[in-house]
Unconditional design. Structure first.
Length: 232
């Protein structure tokens, strides 16, 4: 049985994420970002980054508002924004995939559960990656294409180069934590399966996304330094 303190902590963490996302959403509506996709990235990132994301937005994100004067953003902050840009696509993709498999369980079977994997979580991770990749590519495409004035084909190619390594690094961190939480913490220690419709699942996912940010940060540093990914 899930301890009461963990259940209550999970609810509090999710409410905090929702409140932080709403706070930023209201502000970006009033003060849109120069790079339009960041109007989506900041609120989504706040779902798991909570108060740290709110601090980052009002300290550095507001520097990129359309009406703000030009200001230099420190490189480490540019990298953090780049990682968050990737992570927001991963977050949306993972949310869609997790609920899809929950409501349509046969999707996990199609992706190898029973035939390739004994554990359903591995099949779900394939769905996570596919959806995260598709949404992440869209985020990159609509960032890179207009900034570099590229054709559709060139924009897709550059989006692919910018997104694959960053997204994969993010998913590695997310998978690592969720695997530990699902297969060890909940199954062995708590004695209960971690299911998508439980608030504890999404609290674990919040932490997993932070782990994804950590594993993708050095990759984004390299990508931006090499000019493969746009600085933000």
């Amino acid at each position: 049985m899930v301890p009461n303190w963990l259940h209550e902590l999970s609810i509090a963490a999710l409410l905090m994420g929702a409140a932080c996302a709403a706070t930023i959403l209201v502000d970006v509506i009033r003060h849109p970002q120069r790079m339009a996709i960041m109007n989506v990235v900041w609120p989504i990132t706040a779902l798991f980054g909570t108060l740290i994301t709110v601090w980052g937005y009002f300290t550095y994100g507001r520097l990129s508002a359309r009406e703000a004067p030009d200001a230099e953003t420190p490189f480490p902050v540019m990298v953090a924004k780049g990682a968050s840009h990737c992570g927001s696509g991963c977050t949306l993709g993972d949310m869609v995939a997790e609920w899809l498999v929950f409501f349509v369980p046969t999707v996990a079977t199609w992706l190898g559960w029973h035939s390739l994997f004994e554990e359903r979580i591995f099949a779900i991770w394939i769905a996570d990656y596919v959806f995260a990749f598709a949404i992440g590519m869209a985020f990159q495409y609509f960032t890179i294409k207009p900034m570099r004035n590229l054709s559709v084909g060139q924009g897709l190619l550059q989006a692919l180069k910018a997104d694959v390594l960053s997204l994969t690094a993010w998913q590695v961190g997310m998978y690592g934590f969720m695997g530990m939480a699902s297969l060890w913490l909940f199954r062995r220690i708590i004695g209960r399966e971690l299911e998508t419709d439980a608030v504890e699942f999404w609290f674990m996912m919040q932490i997993a996304m932070i782990c994804g940010f950590v594993t993708s940060y050095p990759v984004n540093w390299w990508l931006i330094r090499r000019g493969i990914k746009e600085a933000m």
